[in-house]
Design a protein around this ligand. Structure first.
Ligand code: AAT
Length: 283
């Protein structure tokens, strides 16, 4: 009998999704947010923060491959990589697939998220013991100020700007600090919300990023774990172009480990529907 169910309310509380739960695995109130992990028949293990899905085992690979490989395949030789947020480990797992990478810093504000991922989400946190990865539990908007001209790639894998401490990672000051922390060839990606429920935030985030960086391009993907199922990220850089400087040859190194991302998806993800172009004021 499926009698336990989780309900997730979208922003505004006028809509949402539900799914059946088989088993509660863990719940806690951390210093920053409420953390829950459930076992579900449909999506495998689901990890939520303040009642919102962050990671579900069945399809987290889509979000993590898209936030990671789009910028990583633009940089000619990424060695030093910074991930801000991403405490479930999915983004660090993808970054560490790139053979050129020497050092990855993952800056997650909430050490409880890292511990929960270690214990309950083995498929996303599987690289936590990799010697190339250093996990720092600190507010990313503070940590970024300590670096200048250092990172080849910066990835902002943050909660929604309206949740927990996520808003600190959506300010223009923060994006400027990211710019400063990047090398001349540096590239950047950030989760920039969806074009339906969070259109105001998508627009704000994209505009702020494009005010700061020389190159900025919104890209889209199909992400069923985050309502309404279509998601955006923004690529940005000091000069490298996400299409002209894309070298698909490099994908061959670990193509068999990629479940969503490929050469055609890379190119296609930058094709935007008219209503999204209008939202961010591009022709
Ligand atoms: N990898 C997909 C899951 C996430 S989790 C985002 C993480 O960002 C959370 O663990 C949260 O604790 C962390 N975080 C929030 N604010 C900060 C901050 N200021 N500094 C460092 N880490 C932070 C992304 C989900 C996307 C949500 C889509 N609805």
């Amino acid at each position: 009998m499926n009698h336990l169910r989780f309900e997730e309310y979208n922003i505004g509380n006028n809509s949402g999704i539900f799914f059946t739960i088989d088993k509660f695995l863990y719940s806690t109130q951390s210093k920053y947010q409420r953390i829950d992990v459930f076992e579900t028949p449909e999506f495998g293990r689901v990890f939520t923060l303040d009642g919102l899905t962050m990671t579900r085992e069945s399809d987290e690979f889509i979000y993590h491959e898209m936030i990671t490989h789009v910028p990583m395949f633009i940089h000619p030789n990424p060695k030093n990589v910074l991930i801000i947020g991403g405490g479930d480990g999915g983004t660090s797992r993808e970054v560490l697939k790139h053979p050129s990478v020497e050092n990855v810093i993952m800056c997650e504000i909430d050490s409880d998220v890292v511990n929960v991922a270690k214990e309950f989400l083995p498929t996303t946190s599987c690289e936590f013991d990799n010697p190339k990865l250093k996990i720092i539990c600190e507010d990313g908007s503070k940590l970024i100020k300590k670096y200048k001209d250092y990172f080849d790639v910066i990835i902002i894998d943050s909660t929604d700007p309206t949740e927990g401490q996520g808003g600190l990672l959506f300010t223009e000051e923060f994006y400027k600090d990211c710019y400063e922390a990047m090398t001349e060839n540096g590239v950047f990606s950030a989760e920039t919300e969806d074009p339906f429920l969070h259109k105001k935030w998508l627009k704000l985030a994209y505009n702020r990023i494009s005010n700061v960086f020389n190159v900025s391009n919104l890209y889209m993907g199909y992400v069923p774990q985050y309502p309404p199922g279509t998601w955006t990220w923004t690529f940005a850089s000091k000069g490298l172009d996400p299409i002209k400087d894309f070298n698909p040859e490099k994908i061959k190194a670990f193509e068999s480990e990629l479940k969503y991302y490929n050469e055609s998806i890379h190119i296609a993800s930058f094709a935007l529907p008219n209503f999204v172009k209008e939202l961010i004021n591009i022709k």
